[in-house]
Design a protein around this ligand. Structure first.
Ligand SMILES: C[S@@+](CC[C@H](N)C(=O)[O-])C[C@H]1O[C@@H](n2cnc3c(N)ncnc32)[C@H](O)[C@@H]1O
Length: 350
């Protein structure tokens, strides 16, 4: 049944919230996500306190919405770094563009910091819709406009009435790149920003060090029940993540930047290779640890430094060695990296 042929059924159901939610589930299974979401939201509006309706409707609406939306807003250091940078940079009369609305948190910060107008684009329609509700509930609907589009599809004149003075975004992943931050910044510079517009964060850096993961052996096969299972290790992922505030990682070298991207410059950033030298401290190392640093606006700074013990919404990315490595203190180790604009590869030179 084509989704258009559900219209008669929808009319017949009328305002029965549970039937609407159940029909939304059927329509979602047929692939008409927009219609399914419309019905799910309508059923919720009709029966906000009905637990069964809520279950069915939120099951549909939450599909395809990354779970990290619920964790990033709990990272107080991240929030504070953005809020402080926006308060320093934004002046009354300024027009701010955000790429990646999420909950609307940064867009509302920009408005609170004094922006006359804030335009925030969000490529996920369900997220854009909920952000509009959040922004309205907080009293910013008159100054914060959610554009339900990917940034590449935003038209400066039609969607924003002109270019912006400030760009703020938090579209950096654990390895900085895999949320396509580089192309998004390049395009925004070319099409959506005034010359000299301020960019927050201004610089993003990929940081590395040698590290010892106390639980690293759980990621490898060795002997079990008298059998050597180590040939299975070619099936182990070449990298894994260590999450917020886990206290199992020790850095065993100095730290270095492997890549640095000056977002303020607007790029372009073609695919490239890089290397950095760190120095072993004499303790055993099981991996290269990679994390990120954001230089917000020339004043503020955010870094999910592995050993700080602070919890961050960004995980540490671990590139494990085949074998534990113990080098005399002071031994230089070259760490190499390459990126194709969206993905990062890191390996040691031994
Ligand atoms: C990590 S969240 C950040 C949300 C919010 N700005 C915050 O900091 O709490 C990134 C959001 O940006 C959206 N997004 C990523 N790249 C985008 C792009 N180029 N254009 C529009 N939306 C984008 C994602 O769908 C996601 O909702």
């Amino acid at each position: 049944m084509a989704s258009g042929s559900f219209d008669a059924l929808i009319a017949k159901i009328g305002d029965n919230p549970l039937l609407l939610a159940q029909l939304a589930r059927t329509i979602a299974a047929k692939g008409d996500t927009a219609k399914a979401h419309e019905l799910a939201r309508r059923s919720l509006a009709l029966a906000p306190d009905n637990a069964q309706v809520r279950f069915v409707a939120t099951e549909i609406l939450s599909r395809g919405v990354p779970h990290w939306h619920f964790t990033i807003v709990r990272d107080e250091a991240r929030n504070e770094a953005y809020d402080a940078a926006l308060r320093r940079v934004v002046r009354p009369g300024m027009r701010v563009l955000e790429i990646g609305t999420g909950t609307g948190l940064l867009a509302m910060m920009a408005a609170r910091a004094g922006a006359t107008e804030v335009f925030t684009c969000e490529m996920n329609p369900a997220v854009a819709e909920s952000a509009r509700a959040v922004i309205a509930r907080n009293g910013f609907a008159d100054r914060v406009k959610v554009i339900g589009k990917h940034s590449a599809d935003v038209d400066a004149e039609k969607d924003m009435g002109g270019r912006a003075d400030v760009l703020v975004s938090e579209i950096v992943s654990n390895d900085l790149l895999s949320e396509a931050a580089l192309p998004a910044h390049e395009q925004a510079h070319r099409r959506l920003l005034k010359p000299g517009a301020k960019i927050i964060p201004a610089i993003g850096r990929v940081r590395i060090a040698l590290a010892y993961d106390a639980e690293g052996d759980k990621k490898r096969m060795s002997s079990r029940c008298g059998f050597d299972l180590s040939d299975f290790n070619v099936l182990a992922s070449p990298r894994y993540h260590i999450g917020r505030g886990e206290k199992r990682l020790t850095l065993c070298s100095d730290t270095a930047d492997l890549f640095s991207f000056d977002f303020q410059s607007g790029g372009p950033w073609p695919e490239s290779k890089s290397s950095a030298v760190v120095h072993a401290d004499g303790r055993p190392a099981t991996a290269i640890a990679q994390w990120i640093a954001l230089d917000m606006d020339g004043a503020g700074h955010y870094e999910n430094t592995p050993e700080s013990g602070a919890s961050s919404c960004w995980a540490i990315v671990i590139y494990p060695f085949v074998k534990t490595l113990t080098l005399p203190a002071g031994t230089p180790v070259t760490v190499r990296g390459s990126h194709d604009r969206n993905h990062l590869t890191i390996w040691p030179e031994f």
